[in-house]
Design a protein around this ligand. Structure first.
Ligand code: DX5
Ligand code: ZN
Length: 227
């Protein structure tokens, strides 16, 4: 048992919210830590969600930091839009850019935290030496594009590699996991070393989204404490 477990960051994904009630849905999870905003362009992923205008609208109804996950081609063209829209962290996909470190530096220079994400089939090893350039790594535990998919436990190996590298080098880079996080899966993700947890359907698909956030947080906290 550790006396000082890592704190758990809960980031509900509004992709699973009732868009006709978006403001109320965001306000309903004010007990969360961040709000996860899934931006999809219909090209990098087959689905289309929403863009900078909706992101800005969300920023107007919450004090929580916006965790913006760009599942788009040419993310470098859109960074300014999401900075202006009120993003606190901008996460792009390494498959969508030739120079992740340069893009992270651009994002950080704009005063916003920088993160990268990777598809389940993309190995993490080539990116381990550059972790100091990033505030966050978002490990996808489903194929990006849709909510409500099943958790891929094999992706936890990436989390373990990241945890070992970050701890060995004393970095502050956070590990976030995204896809299929629920009461059935969050503990194993926390045990593998995740700090932050995205949950869409497991929060907004529940009758009481705030209670769902609390329940997920408690499960992750217990798993951290048991490490
Ligand atoms: C998938 C998105 C996820 C999605 C998660 O491409 O990046 O953030 O909203 O949804 P659930 O939690 O339902 O798997
Ligand atoms: Zn996401």
């Amino acid at each position: 048992m550790s006396g000082n477990p890592r704190s758990v960051i809960m980031s509900p994904s509004i992709l699973a919210a009732d868009f006709s009630q978006l403001g109320n849905q965001v306000r309903a999870v004010s007990n969360a830590d961040w709000i996860h905003v899934d931006v999809m362009d219909g090209h990098f992923v087959p689905n289309l969600s929403f863009g900078a205008d909706i992101t800005h609208a969300v920023s107007q109804v919450t004090e929580l930091p916006l965790d913006v996950h760009l599942m788009i081609e040419s993310p470098e063209k859109w960074v300014d839009h999401y900075v202006k829209a009120g993003a606190s962290c901008i996460i792009f996909h390494v498959e969508a850019t030739d120079d992740p470190v340069a893009l992270a530096r651009t994002i950080r220079a704009a005063g916003v935290r920088a993160g990268f994400s990777l598809r389940p089939g993309t190995p993490i090893e080539p990116f381990l030496p550059t972790l100091d350039e990033f505030d966050l790594v978002l490990v996808m535990s489903v194929e990006p594009g849709f909510g409500g998919q099943s958790f891929m436990p094999d992706q936890l190996e990436k989390v373990r590699l990241l945890r070992a590298e970050i701890d060995a080098r004393g970095l502050n880079t956070l590990i976030e996991i995204d896809g299929g996080i629920s009461t059935a899966t969050i503990a194993q993700a926390a045990q593998a070393g995740c700090d932050a947890f995205v949950a869409g359907s497991a929060v907004f698909g529940q009758p009481d989204p705030a209670a769902a956030v609390d329940e997920l947080r408690a499960l992750a906290t217990s798993a951290h404490t048991a490490i």
